[in-house]
Structures are given as C-alpha cells and as structure tokens.
Design a binder for this molecule. Structure first.
Ligand code: PGA
Length: 261
C-alpha cells in the first residue's frame, strides 16, 4: 500500500471576517501540537477577504498551517466582476483551492465543464485542487450514487494529467451532499466504499500506481466524535471539515485525532 499524506482541511465557507479569521487561526495553532503537523497537511480555507491576513499570520508566526481558497475563476484575468483568479491566489501563497464544492454546483449551477476548467487553471498555476464530488440524497436513494460520482470525476478531470511525480497535488474530496451541514455522516463503511470506488476510477484514468498515491478525503459532518473511525478506513486520506472547523477547539481535536485519548 502506498504512503499517502493525510490532509485535514477546514472550509469556513461564508463565516468569519478577517479579524475573526486571524483569531481562529491563532487559537488553532495554540491547540495543535507539533506532532499534529507531522506526516499530515493542515489546511484552512477562509473567505477571500481573509486570505491576505492569514497569509501574513502564517508567515510571521512561522505556522506549519497551509492556506486554501474556497473557489477561483478559471481565467487569469479579464472582465469578470467579483471573481478571483488563480494567479491572485498564488501570490497569496495559497496552496490548495477547492473546486466544484456542492454548494457552488447547486447554487451557482457549476457544471463539470466549469469545474474542469478551474481544476486545470489551479494546476497551471502550481496550486493543488481539492476536487469535490458527491451525490444528493435523491440520487443515493435512487441507487445512482456511484454513477453520479464517477461521472463528476470523469467530467471534472477531463484532460487533467496526473503522474507519479505529482499524484499528491490533485486531491479528491468525496462529500455526499446529504451529509454536508446536516449532522448526518456517511457510515465509515459507506464512506470507505465510495472512496475506494473513487480510487478505482482514478486508476482507470491514471493507472493503479498513480491512483494509489492520490489523496481522497471524506467530507460531510466530520466531527471530533467520528473522525477516528473515518480516518481508520484504508481509502480515506483526510477530512474536509465545514461547521466543526469554525471552532478552534473542535478542529484541533479533528486534526489531532491521532493523539492518544
Ligand atoms: P460540514 O461541511 O462539515 O459542515 O458538513 C463540509 C463541507 O461542506 O466541506
């Protein structure tokens, strides 16, 4: 089995202004221990307006926390009022960018084609996409969950090359839509089954060796109480955490799940 570096990421969504964001990261750093950063990527994804403040904080306090953005446009520049481009994010030392979060797919009608262009742009600028995929409650109940996830993967990764050398650079987050912000979590077994299916699809796109190196996160109501059983699954390489990442204590417990309790 290939060694994969787990990635624990907090997605704050449209919460916390830049002053609150600074406080949240300071408190998070206070609660985390050195060992929590070892062999694991710790990422926070604040809103665009907080990125510069958090970048400065990370630099000045030399925090081993990495910066993520929640979205980006696929073009480098242009007449796209209100949008933020990948080069702008790169200049802020953003390492990870979410692409295709279900809230954008649902609320802004983001298609796989749009997500695909964003993934390509993120890669082109040397950042790491976290490509979100996942089925709705209706799709799961209709027995279409796998089909939906596979089709999102194929569409969103079309033409995106991944090799042995950069397999860690492209991250997939399996986030069943019915589990996001609802308090419902996929059982560890169900989450594992889908993350394994994601890896099978990645193997068909990139070959087994590359797929074995790629990281597949689970997201959807991850909490301190369920993170261990999720992380114990062989194909789950991290968590994308929404609500629980807004509390520094709770997110620190999630990131620090490997500590003996
Ligand atoms: P949640 O959100 O942890 O609040 O369910 C996860 C996400 O949307 O990334």
């Amino acid at each position: 089995m290939a060694e994969r570096t787990p990635i624990m990421a907090g997605n704050w969504k449209m919460h916390r202004d830049h002053l609150e964001a600074i406080q949240l990261v300071q408190k998070l750093a206070y609660h985390l221990e050195e060992q929590d950063y070892e062999g694991q990527d710790v990422v926070v994804c604040p809103s665009f307006v907080s990125l510069r403040s958090i970048q400065t904080l990370i630099q000045s306090d030399r925090l081993p926390i990495q910066l993520g953005a929640q979205n980006c446009h696929s073009e480098d520049e242009g007449a796209f009022t209100g949008e933020v481009s990948p080069p702008m994010l790169k200049r802020l030392d953003v390492a990870y960018v979410l692409a295709g979060h279900s809230e954008l797919r649902a609320l802004l009608d983001e298609t796989d084609e749009i997500v695909n262009a964003k993934v390509a742009a993120i890669r082109r600028h040397g950042m790491r996409p976290i490509l979100c995929v996942g089925e709705t409650k209706e799709e799961r109940e209709a027995g279409q969950a796998l089909e939906v996830v596979v089709s999102q993967l194929r569409g969103s990764l079309a033409g995106i090359e991944v090799t042995d050398d950069d397999a860690e650079e492209v991250v997939i987050a399996y986030e069943p839509v019915w589990a996001i912000g609802t308090g419902l979590t996929a059982t560890p077994e169900d989450a594992q089954e889908m993350c394994a299916a994601v890896r099978t699809e990645l193997a068909s796109l990139y070959g087994q060796a590359v797929a074995d190196l790629m990281r597949v996160q689970y997201g959807g109501s991850v909490k301190a109480g369920n993170v261990r059983s999720l992380m114990a699954q062989p194909d789950i390489d991290g968590a994308l955490v929404g609500g629980a990442s807004l509390s520094s204590e709770d997110f620190a417990l999630i990131v620090g799940h490997r500590r003996a309790s």
